[in-house]
Design a protein around this ligand. Structure first.
Ligand code: ZN
Ligand code: ZN
Ligand code: FE
Length: 749
């Protein structure tokens, strides 16, 4: 008995080979009809035997391409329709094209098998298919066809072309399709010598890593620096080479099995480690690597192989884990250009492994952390970008410039928001170039006719200047309002909420530096209700780099001149201390701040954990890392309009003087902050009747803080929302700026 069905699939189903996938399924189940892309997702009409229709529908969700995410399938019975065949309808609406840029996808299982079995692709390090391979990193322009990618210089051989044209083949319309006969190749450059041929390269690379050498290797979105993660000397040398940069290094494990030997990995962490995006996941380390990898932290940034080259490398390697850190010196953007790699990384490493497939769009490895069993992005880049967020309002023509230190920008196209890859610290000249270049590329790629530039309230941020110098209409948005709005947008909230922004620093509307803000927020506007009481930030930006300054400021704020002399002060030169005391006294270069990050800095320094910070947010990270789980005690605080921290600071000082273990002090400090947040939020809920609490800002990358808050809010019958797919840190600011501008435009403000 023949039947017909209409099927409507919504979610992230475009640009991921979904239509050919449907075509192949239809052929398998002997169904006739058509599939097409539309602005509202993928539409299908099919006719066939009832049983086969069932199987077809089951397989759609069961076997969907890895990079797709189906949010909804709607199936409708329709009167019997007769079709001659099954076809892919050309999409008529070209504006829908913009969603057709897929993020990059880790090599799939089928391709790994082909790499061992398919004659023309044995050990071929660029193997890919419609379900996997490079996308965003190689695309120059739309439509996404081979001539528009950096694969344009490699004409397909007969065999590849045949696969590319065969709709029943897994490589049908796989734009980067290639093989040993026709595609790009690797080369290894060592001491002016050139090694070609993948087998020789792998043998040499494997040998060098075992010997403790450092390699620069071209990856998907940029170069990496690699060495044996258990070789102390190699890791120390790598650290020196990276210059000033004190951040822990990421590592790559041979496979999940090995990862389990080196770290304690939860089920949720396993799942995200091995999914098609292959991010760096912050996990609890268990077995020792070289000390220089983690820099004393008990967490470890680990990832699994995602390029065919990674798999081939491990096959030729004794080691089970290698350091794989971004190929750059200090804070500069990750290197993507072959010549630049040879010039800059060549002299400081032992060999450079290149390939001749150009990277067009730079993308760092994405980083995430699982908290309360949910993955949360910390750095959103490779394999996430340029996935759009669908809004309920029009955002067309809006360009949001983001913050300055951890910059991403965001562009609005119709009802979509597209956040850029992680750009970085704009104060670095190369990074600023990366920002302007990428901004131009996004505007071109997504055909944006920019009409409004949205920027941070801080006029001196280089991102704000970019807006202000553009000659286009501009709109300034307060930093913490943007943090909350980004999270609201992600969760589809469009109503007044209690917004709690705990953060580093952002300019407030009163000219002071905010960062511990309790607000009633809508997308359009906000009212500040409570904040952490102001203290001075002696030396301005210097206070961020030198947490001892905040500790001293908090001591004087709490005790006056007769503050207790804690051990950490002995590490501070007398002259520096005097200078800061005078600056505080005379109010010179000592702006006021309610920043949570600076409060955490002070607490970490008071405990002797971090007086000088060697990378952004080191002190709060060390404080969190020190926590003894299970400690429930807390220090007293008081709240009226501001949250007074004097009781907390006194509590820490007394404990330090009584030689209470740092692990307990760290826990008590966190507990105190958490308690004060509950009190403030409950007061706000009571006076306004609002039961939804939105948590955003850099401090929510702190696992202890976020997990305890989420659990506690649930117990208090308050519904809490926190960032998942977009960073809680300043990497999410641009999304919030865009949401605010779109909402104001909607309501005519
Ligand atoms: Zn594949
Ligand atoms: Zn070929
Ligand atoms: Fe911020």
């Amino acid at each position: 008995m023949l039947k017909s069905r209409s099927i409507h699939i919504q979610g992230l189903v475009q640009g991921v080979g979904f239509r050919p996938f449907i075509y192949r399924l239809a052929a398998r189940y002997q169904l006739k009809g058509w599939v097409e892309n539309s602005n509202e997702g993928v539409r299908i009409e099919v006719s066939g035997e009832e049983k086969k229709l069932h199987g077809f529908i089951r397989s759609i969700s069961g076997e969907a391409p890895a990079a797709s995410a189906i949010s909804n399938i709607k199936i409708t019975d329709i009167p019997l329709r007769e079709f001659n065949n099954f076809s892919i309808k050309k999409s008529e609406d070209t504006s829908g094209q913009i969603t057709d840029v897929s993020p990059d996808i880790a090599v799939c299982e089928d391709c790994l098998k082909d790499m061992q079995e398919q004659e023309h692709r044995i050990d071929y390090p660029f193997i890919n298919c419609t379900n996997c391979g490079p996308r965003f990193t190689i695309i120059r322009d739309l439509p996404y066809d081979r001539p528009m990618t950096t694969m344009d210089v490699f004409p397909m051989c007969e065999q590849c072309r045949a696969e590319y044209k065969d709709i029943l083949d897994r490589r049908f319309h796989a734009q980067p399709v290639a093989c040993n006969h026709c595609g790009p190749e690797y080369s290894l450059h060592r001491d002016g010598k050139l090694i070609t041929g993948i087998r020789d390269i792998l043998t040499e690379a494997g040998k060098m890593i075992t010997e403790g050498k450092i390699l620069a290797m071209k990856g998907l979105g940029g170069f990496h620096l690699a060495c044996d993660a258990q070789n102390e000397q190699a890791v120390d040398r790598l650290r020196e080479l990276k210059n000033r940069d004190g951040k822990p290094f990421a590592v790559m494990f041979r496979d999940l099995e090995t990862a389990r030997q080196f770290a304690m990995i939860s089920e949720a962490e396993e799942k995200i480690l091995s999914n098609w995006q292959r991010p760096i996941v912050l996990i609890q380390s268990a077995k020792k690597l070289a000390a220089g990898v983690s820099q004393g932290f008990s967490t470890l940034g680990g990832m699994l192989p995602y390029l065919p080259f990674h798999y081939l490398l491990f096959k030729n390697l004794e080691q089970d884990v290698i350091v794989l850190t971004s190929g750059n010196i200090s804070d500069e953007p990750i290197i993507i250009d072959n010549q630049e790699a040879l010039d800059i990384l060549g002299p400081v490493t032992d060999a450079v492994i290149l390939n001749n497939r150009d990277i067009h769009n730079r993308a760092d490895d994405s980083v995430l952390r699982v908290m309360n069993d949910k993955p949360r992005l910390i750095r959103r880049s490779r394999s996430w970008v340029p996935r759009p967020v669908v809004l309920s309002m029009d955002a067309d023509g809006i360009f949001a410039c983001g913050a300055e230190l951890v910059n991403c920008f965001c562009i609005g196209k119709d009802k979509q928001a597209i956040l850029s890859q992680h750009i970085g610290d704009l104060k670095n000249a190369e990074t600023l170039n990366f920002f302007t270049e990428s901004a131009g590329r996004f505007q071109k790629l997504f055909r944006q006719d920019t009409k409004l530039m949205v920027h941070d309230l801080h006029p001196d941020y280089l991102s704000s200047r970019y807006a202000l110098e553009s000659g286009l209409p501009t709109m300034a948005v307060q930093h913490h309002h943007a943090h909350i709005a980004a999270c609201m947008l992600e969760h589809g909230l469009d109503e007044p909420v209690i917004g709690i922004a705990l953060d580093g620093v952002g300019l407030g509307t009163d000219g002071n530096i905010w960062g511990g803000e309790f607000m009633i927020c809508s997308l359009e506007d906000f009212k500040r209700k409570h904040w952490i009481e102001y203290v001075a930030m002696p030396g301005g930006d210097m206070a961020t780099k030198e947490p001892w300054r905040m500790a001293l400021s908090y001591l004087i704020h709490t005790y006056g001149e007769d503050y207790p002399i804690l051990p950490f002060l002995s590490g501070v030169p007398e002259t520096s201390r005097d200078l800061v005391t005078q600056a505080l006294d005379k109010n010179i270069n000592a702006p006021l701040t309610s920043s949570t990050g600076r409060l955490f800095d002070a607490a970490a320094a008071l405990c002797g954990l971090c007086s000088i910070s060697s990378f952004h947010a080191e002190a709060p990270m060390r404080l969190e890392g020190a926590i003894a789980p299970g400690e429930t005690a807390a220090y007293p605080f008081s709240i009226d309009q501001t949250i007074s921290t004097k009781g907390i600071i006194r509590g820490i000082c007394e404990d330090v003087m009584n030689e209470v273990p740092v692990s307990l002090i760290a826990a008590r400090f966190h507990n105190s902050v958490i308690n004060s947040i509950f009190v403030a939020a409950e007061q706000m809920a009571e006076t306004t009747g609002i039961r939804k609490v939105v948590l955003s800002g850099g401090s929510f990358q702190n696992k202890y803080l976020l997990e305890k808050l989420e659990t506690g809010f649930a117990e208090r019958k308050l519904r809490s929302y926190s960032p998942l797919d977009f960073p809680a840190n300043d990497g999410g600011i641009a999304l919030g700026q865009l949401a605010i501008a779109a909402a104001r435009k909607r309501s005519g403000k």
